[in-house]
Design a protein around this ligand. Structure first.
Ligand code: ATP
Ligand code: MG
Length: 585
């Protein structure tokens, strides 16, 4: 590709947290990273909530705002580290008072309201396992996840309960307590108690019990992009990775105003929407409202956000509206912008420079990895379209796999499966109730990610596609991302999703689904123009044979294009698990 590298951003004040990638990658040790955190007093182990809240609340930054909440109806509420320490202590005491045992599962089904954050950190404090559900899920996905997770406590609102939990309550025999946030109409809800009542009556002092680094802390369900979501288990010492990756990959510093736009119902919204910024002493912006371009630019301006972590799907939606919109806002406080969740098209990286005055730093990770694994750092030039280089402490490789043998491919620029040397602190410790599936994720000491990538000679990794999505056509292996990115360069294209269609002659043929920017007409002339552009960029063997216009592409609620659904619909096959499909109800 002929995208020019983007020089590391000259405008940022101070040295980036990761100043010299090469040196650090060589000298890094997880023990040294662990030493940046406190551990529980008296050597009683390590607890995420202590590192995120209590140690700051006991120090000079006790009064700094930990969470600034922007409500749907225009309210702003600040919670200092000290206040959050008290609120989460109350919640931990309340749970203990309910007679819970260590390791019991506490689920939330809430919008982005303060109680969600108090529940997350209070549960961790008490030694309970926190599992967040996205509030837009319907009854089925809620029931499935709570059953797999053995939910004992659910924190939700009466309205959400009535609409989504009541219909499936009889299938949740383990659910004992329902803590209700907001207005009180709970007579008919089994095991109900008021969140306010319980926490209000509890003490705001709580001593965190000894916490083993390997104690289970978080249960996160994957996005369901490729099939039925899996429940990934994470432990307390994952916080070492949350903390250090926040510094290195997001350039987080104490005092930053940090906005992660992901909902805590997805791993990003917990690892980086709660834990990492707090362990690093930042102020977290929580916006209760959903995406809206004007609102988002307004939040960046009004809150003087310094570090912003978002997703390619949001970037594409902003791009759709052009560069004039952001230019009407004062975004001068922004220092670092990054994105995750899907490949970030080179077009998006460059758009950042034009629209925000800053490039967008792509990084790559999974629910299973618990934290960022490969990233573009503030201190490094960006190669648009690349996901960057492995985190210090992370060994990544490209392999060829045949049954159970793994061969590491050393030659640069060769496609293969992306693998990580097992053993970093935030690596998942299991898929709940799916031991066999977990074991199959490892071979020869490597964690097998299921994603295909290549590494260039300078150690930058380039995403090719998910193993499930890759297209085999006339002897070529075609990554949908490459084709989608080429289509995205066309002025008419807002989004593109590419699949392989069975073809008797060439194995699979490439078909593209395209959604257009406002003002363009889906007609044959445009189709020809797109096909011509794609052929010129990719060559006839890789360019799509067919282009279909759609008003929008099917996506997960976390914003990922669901290519498997495009394919199933194209081939008239069953759609499979659609519990995480956006607009599915
Ligand atoms: P499921 O495993 O249920 O199919 P999922 O893999 O989408 O869903 P997540 O763990 O949320 O669930 O997403 C991780 C995946 O997202 C990665 O394996 C990768 O395919 C994709 N991804 C994340 N970040 C990037 C990135 N920067 N570039 C390319 N792909 C990315
Ligand atoms: Mg996955």
């Amino acid at each position: 590709m002929d995208w020019k590298p983007i020089k590391k951003h000259p405008g940022s004040e101070g040295e980036p947290r990761l100043a010299a990638y090469g040196d650090l990658a060589r000298d890094f040790s997880w023990n040294a990273a662990r030493a940046e955190l406190d551990g529980l007093p008296g050597g009683r182990g390590i607890n995420i909530a202590h590192e995120a809240i209590d140690r700051h609340a006991a120090g000079p930054h006790a009064d700094r705002t930990a969470i600034r909440w922007l409500s749907k109806n225009g309210l702003t509420r600040d919670f200092s580290y000290a206040e959050l320490a008290g609120l989460t202590a109350r919640f931990a005491n309340a749970l203990t008072g309910l007679g819970l045992d260590r390791g019991d599962r506490v689920f939330t089904l809430l919008g982005r309201v303060p109680e969600l954050y108090v529940t997350a950190l209070g549960s961790l404090k008490g030694g309970y396992v926190f599992s967040p559900l996205f509030s837009a899920f319907g009854p089925e996905p809620i029931q499935a996840r709570m059953s797999i997770g053995g939910a004992k406590v659910l924190v939700t609102t009466p309205q959400l309960y009535r609409r989504k939990v009541a219909p499936v309550r009889s299938a949740l025999p383990e659910l004992e307590h329902v803590l209700l946030v907001g207005e009180d109409e709970r007579e008919d809800i089994e095991g109900a108690a008021g969140f306010e009542d319980l926490t209000g009556a509890a003490s705001d002092r709580f001593e965190i019990p000894p916490t083993d680094p390997e104690d289970m802390a978080l249960l996160h369900f994957t996005s369901g992009t490729t099939g039925r979501p899996k429940g990934a288990i994470h432990v307390h010492q994952a916080v070492v990775a949350h903390h250090i990756t926040g510094q290195y990959a997001l350039d987080l510093r104490a005092g930053d105003i940090f906005w992660c736009t992901a909902d805590p119902g997805w791993v990003t919204g917990t690892s980086y929407g709660i834990i990492s910024p707090l362990t690093n002493g930042a102020t977290v912006i929580v916006d209760e409202e959903e995406f809206d371009a004007e609102r988002w630019y307004g939040v960046l301006q009004a809150q003087r956000v310094t570090v912003w972590y978002t997703a390619p799907t949001a970037v594409r939606m902003l791009m759709k509206l052009g560069v004039e919109a952001p230019r009407r806002f004062d975004l001068s406080a922004l220092r670092f912008v990054s994105s995750v969740g899907e490949p970030l098209n080179p077009e998006g990286v460059v758009w950042g420079v034009e629209a925000l005055g800053l490039p967008i730093h792509d990084n790559w990770w999974q629910t299973e990895t618990g934290g960022i694994m490969i990233a573009n750092y503030a201190s490094m030039d960006i190669r648009p379209g690349s996901m960057g280089r492995p985190m210090p402490g992370i060994e990544a490789a490209i392999i060829e796999r045949t049954d159970d043998t793994v061969k590491v491919i050393d030659e640069p620029d060769t496609d293969g499966e992306l693998v990580l040397k097992a053993g970093w602190p935030s690596m998942f410790r299991g898929y709940l109730d799916e031991e066999e599936r977990y074991r199959k994720c490892f071979a020869d000491g490597w964690y097998l990610t299921g994603d295909l990538a290549r590494r260039d000679k300078d150690g930058y990794f380039w995403f090719v596609g998910r193993a499930d999505d890759v297209i085999k056509s006339a002897g070529h292996l075609i990554g949908p991302f490459e084709v989608e990115s080429a289509l995205m360069e066309h002025e008419a294209v807002a989004e593109a999703g590419v699949i392989g269609k069975p073809d008797p002659v060439i194995g699979e043929s490439v078909k593209a689904f395209v959604a257009l920017k406002p003002g363009f007409t889906p007609d044959d002339a445009l189709r020809r123009s797109l096909l011509g552009h794609a052929r010129k960029r990719l060559g006839a063997a890789v360019a799509p044979r067919e282009i279909e216009f759609l008003p929008g592409l099917p996506k997960t609620r976390s914003g990922k294009i669901m290519r498997r659904l495009l394919k199933a619909r194209e081939l008239g096959l069953p759609e499979g698990d659609t519990s995480t499909l956006e607009n599915s109800q």
